[in-house]
Design a protein. Structure first.
Length: 116
């Protein structure tokens, strides 16, 4: 049986604020969450999975900053399938590949200009 934890404990596990978690709960975005008496409780398994998901991904704005490109470039890469989304976040692995490819493309374009 899945253990339930309070929003305070879930906040400690996930790194998200208690208020943010409460809003997710109110919108029905936390599977298995509910009230135990007057306390909102969420499955520990969900909180731990959310912590892992957040560790393995970045926001779109953070992806743009790390890649040194505008947010619009990140959205274009998502649209073209170059970057993989996990909800509203970008997986770190796909971002790493995107940055490596972006650097290689820049090297090739610079080399082309020098050899021409």
């Amino acid at each position: 049986m899945n253990e339930l934890v309070s929003l305070i404990e879930a906040a400690e596990i996930t790194g998200l604020s208690r208020v943010w978690l409460y809003n997710l709960y109110r919108r029905g975005r936390i599977p298995g969450a509910g009230k135990v008496g007057s306390v909102v409780a969420v499955p520990r398994e969900w909180a731990e999975a959310e912590r892992r998901r957040r560790a393995e991904s970045v926001t779109i704005a953070e992806a743009a900053r790390l890649a040194g490109v505008p947010v619009s470039s990140i959205h274009a890469a998502i649209h073209h399938g170059t970057l993989t989304q996990d909800g509203a976040r970008i997986t770190r692995e796909s971002l790493k590949n995107y940055i490596a490819g972006h650097k290689n493309n820049n090297k090739n374009s610079h080399n082309f200009g020098k050899n021409a």
